[in-house]
Design a protein around this ligand. Structure first.
Ligand code: NAD
Length: 261
């Protein structure tokens, strides 16, 4: 797909971007010309090498900053260390699959912190920078599970519904400014997060791997195909374009028809 917007001169901070959807978004925003700041809670040579690889191939400035999105102070420190933040992509997320009466309380707390509260903290820290720069984009990576529910995903569904609500509030609070806030709601995208939930889903449904993919995951996705991280990146780049300047407070569902059911 052709690049639809020129983001040179902009800086994008993408949380949880050393793998999966966040990394796919970092690549597409860099290809559109934005400087990118990658993040996760680890601080390995490999993490920094991912940023260096993006810089080498696209010519933008790319940095990796370690910050734990389960902690509000670390979320705010990430934005402070970034220096600039014209585009904020709240993407960091984790998942846990268990029946609600067996759902570990510490998993609930971690999912709410990383998948929801982190976006509150980063947005609060980033909005003053966007206002000072006179332009901004907040893009929250929610989920089809921000609009619908599935069994065994209580914390995740609650957090993603919360993230869609937060997106709408940010959009209303910035409606008269050159700042937009939207949520991308992916259906299933084959990433490490999805791969990791296959064993527990096999257990909950007493199914084998192929059945879980066909009868649980893609059963809800009428296209019968996983969406790709590149498609998520292209959608994020579109939301940064001038064409999307009046799109705010909404969800863009990239889910093969899931939420049309
Ligand atoms: P992933 O596991 O590849 O990526 C998650 C990212 O979050 C990783 O970079 C990970 O290191 C990071 N992360 C986890 N805990 C963190 C913490 N405490 N601090 C900082 N970073 C942390 O999974 P993914 O599928 O790419 O998920 C990315 C986002 O997309 C998540 O918010 C997820 O809920 C959402 N999503 C994914 C799918 C899917 O099918 N893959 C569907 C809908 C929504």
């Amino acid at each position: 797909m052709a690049i639809i917007t020129d983001l040179s001169g902009k800086t994008a901070v993408i949380t949880g971007s050393n793998s999966g959807i966040g990394l796919g978004i970092a690549w597409e925003l860099a290809r559109a010309g934005a400087d990118v700041i990658l993040n996760s809670f680890t601080d390995s040579a490999e993490d920094h090498a991912i940023a260096a690889g993006i810089a080498a191939e696209t010519g933008v400035a790319a940095r990796y900053i370690c910050a734990d999105m389960s902690r509000g102070d670390a979320c705010r420190a990430l934005i402070a260390r970034a220096g600039a933040c014209d585009i904020l992509v709240n993407n960091a997320g984790i998942q846990h699959v268990a029946a609600i009466d067996a759902f570990p309380a510490d998993k609930w707390d971690a999912i709410i912190a990383i998948n929801l509260s982190a976006a509150f903290h980063t947005t609060a820290a980033a909005l003053p920078r966007m206002r000072a720069a006179g332009w901004g984009r907040v893009i929250n990576i929610a989920s089809a599970h921000g609009l619908t529910a599935s069994p065994y995903k209580s914390a995740y569904v609650a957090a993603k519904h919360g993230l869609v609500g937060l997106t709408r509030v940010v959009a209303l609070e910035t409606a008269r400014e050159p700042v937009t806030a939207n949520a991308i709601c992916p259906g299933y995208v084959m990433t490490p997060l999805v791969e990791a939930q296959i064993p527990d889903t096999m257990k909950e449904y007493a199914m084998d791997r192929e059945q879980v993919i066909r009868d649980v995951m893609l059963a809800r996705q009428p296209s019968k195909e996983f969406a790709t991280v590149k498609q998520m990146g292209g959608t994020a780049a579109f939301l940064c374009s001038d064409a999307a300047a009046q799109i705010t407070g909404t969800t863009i569902n990239v889910d093969g028809g899931w939420t049309a059911l």
